[in-house]
Design a protein around this ligand. Structure first.
Ligand SMILES: [Cu+2]
Length: 421
C-alpha cells in the first residue's frame, strides 16, 4: 500500500517537473527572439538525410531477419495439406511484404524529398476522389482474395477423410499422449470416462468399452460401495467415529458410486457384442506415434482432464483435445523420417507431436515422438510380439476375467443413510 502511494506521488511530481521544464524552454525561446520551429538549414538537411540512412538500416535488418528466421527454422512441409498451408502462408506474406515495403519506403523518401527548402512553397492538395477509391478498393479486393483462398484451403483440410483413411485416436491427459490404433476393422472401440480405471487387476486408462472392462469396473465400484457402507454402518452402531461433515461426504460418495454403477449396468444392456467387439483388435502405445508414408490418417482426439492441443508442426497440423468431446482431423504424411533426415541434413531428426495449450505445470514436457516409415516397417513395429504396442483387450490366455457380479435390486426410495444418526 505504502509503496503504491509513493509511486503515485513520484509520477505526479514527474509530470509537474516536465511541465515546468517546458515553460522554461518557452521563456528561453522568447528571450532569444526565435520561434521554436525555427531550425537552421544545415540541421534540417542532416535530419532529412538521416531518414534515408534509417530506411536503409531498417530494411537491411528486415531482410536479414527474414532470411535467418523466416521459416521459423522449419523444414519443408511433410504432409499433403502442409504444402497447401505453406503456399497460403507464402501468398499472404507476399501481399503483406509488398504493401509494407512500399508504404514505408514512401514514408522515408517523402520525408527526404520534400524537406524544407528556402523559397519553395507547399502545394495545396486537399482531396482527390479517384485516389480515395484506389486505396479503398485495392485493399478490399486483396483482403477478399486472402479470405477466399483461406476458406478454400480450410475446407479442403477439414473436410471428411476418405474411406481409405486409417483411424487413430490421440488421447491427451496431463501430461502425456496415448495413441490408440483401430486395428484390422479400422474402427475404434467405444470409450466412456466412467470406465476409466487403474484397478490393479484390470486397468483401463482410456475407458474403452468391452464386456470385461464393464464387469471389472462394476466390481471395482461395488467393492468401493461395500467399503464405504461398512464404515458408515460401524459409525451408526457406535463402533467408529466420523465427524458429521465427513459422514455426509461419505454418504454422498457412496450414492454417487451407486449412480455410476447403474449407468454402467445400462451400458451393458445397451452395448451388445457387436459394439464391444470393436475394441478387440485395438492396440495402443505411449512411446511413439508410428505413421505410414502416403497413408491418409483420420485422427480422433480426446482429453481426460483439461483442454490440450495436439500440434504436429512438421505436418502443419493442430487440433484441440477437449474433455467430453471428440475432435477429428486428417492428414497424409508424405515424407518418411529417413527422407526428412536427409532433407534436413540431420541424422538425429525426428518428427514430434507437442501439446500446444498451456495445460498445467508439466505442459512443456508433454510430447510424443512421431515416426513415419513404410508399411512393412509399421507391420513389424506393430506386431504384438515385438512389444512396442499393447493390445486393448489382452489375448485369451492373458485375459483376467472379472469376478462374478450381481446387479443390485433397486427398491423404491431406498435410503439407508442420511435420515438418522
Ligand atoms: Cu497439454
Amino acid at each position: 500500500m505504502g509503496s503504491k502511494v509513493i509511486i503515485l506521488i513520484v509520477i505526479i511530481l514527474a509530470i509537474v517537473a516536465v511541465a515546468q521544464l517546458l515553460k522554461m524552454y518557452d521563456a528561453i525561446v522568447a528571450v532569444r527572439g526565435k520561434r521554436e520551429e525555427d531550425v537552421d538549414l544545415k540541421t534540417n538537411n542532416l535530419n532529412a538525410t538521416l531518414f534515408i540512412v534509417f530506411m536503409v538500416v531498417f530494411f537491411g535488418s528486415f531482410f536479414y531477419l527474414i532470411s535467418e528466421y523466416g521459416r521459423g527454422r522449419m523444414p519443408i512441409a511433410a504432409s499433403e495439406h502442409g504444402v497447401e498451408i505453406d503456399w497460403l502462408y507464402g501468398i499472404n506474406w507476399v501481399i503483406v511484404f509488398t504493401v509494407y515495403l512500399l508504404t514505408n519506403a514512401l514514408l522515408f523518401i517523402f520525408a527526404f524529398r520534400y524537406r524544407y527548402k528556402p523559397g519553395v512553397k507547399a502545394f495545396y492538395y486537399p482531396h482527390n476522389n479517384k485516389l480515395e477509391m484506389i486505396w479503398t478498393v485495392i485493399p478490399a479486393a486483396a483482403l477478399a482474395v486472402i479470405i477466399i483462398l483461406g476458406l478454400m484451403t480450410w475446407n479442403n483440410i477439414m473436410g471428411k477423410a476418405s474411406d481409405d483413411a486409417v483411424v487413430v485416436e490421440i488421447y491427451a491427459k496431463q501430461f502425456d499422449f496415448t495413441a490408440r490404433y483401430s486395428g484390422d476393422d479400422n474402427k475404434l472401440g467405444y470409450s466412456d470416462y466412467k470406465l476409466i480405471s487403474n484397478y490393479a487387476d484390470n486397468s483401463n486408462p482410456l475407458g474403452v468399452v468391452t464386456q470385461n472392462n464393464m464387469d471389472w469396473r462394476i466390481f471395482e465400484i461395488q467393492q468401493g460401495i461395500l467399503e464405504a457402507d461398512s464404515l458408515l454402518k460401524a459409525v451408526d452402531e457406535g463402533k467408529a467415529i466420523l465427524s458429521k461433515a465427513n459422514y455426509l461426504k461419505r454418504v454422498k460418495e457412496s450414492e454417487k458410486m451407486a449412480r455410476i454403477e447403474t449407468r454402467i449396468w445400462n451400458m451393458k444392456e445397451r452395448f451388445g457384442d457387436s459394439v464391444t467387439v470393436l475394441a478387440n483388435d485395438d492396440f495402443y502405445t505411449k512411446t511413439q506415434l508410428f505413421l505410414v508414408e502416403d497413408q491418409e490418417y483420420s485422427f480422433v482426439f480426446r482429453s481426460q482432464d483439461v483442454i490440450h492441443s495436439a500440434y504436429f508442426p512438421h505436418f502443419r497440423a493442430q487440433m484441440n483435445c477437449v474433455p467430453g468431446q471428440r475432435t477429428t482431423f486428417k492428414f497424409k504424411p508424405t515424407m518418411t523420417t529417413a527422407e526428412m533426415r536427409k532433407e534436413t541434413n540431420n541424422p538425429e531428426f525426428n518428427y514430434i507431436l507437442l501439446c500446444n495449450k498451456i495445460c498445467g505445470k508439466s505442459h512443456s514436457m508433454m510430447n510424443m515422438p512421431v515416426y513415419v516409415g513404410t508399411q512393412e516397417e509399421f507391420d513389424a513395429w506393430s506386431d504384438l510380439e515385438a512389444g512396442n504396442v499393447k493390445p486393448i483387450v489382452a489375448a485369451d490366455s492373458l485375459l483376467v476375467a472379472a469376478p462374478h457380479i450381481v446387479k443390485p435390486v433397486v427398491e423404491e426410495s431406498t435410503n439407508d443413510h442420511g435420515g438418522h444418526h
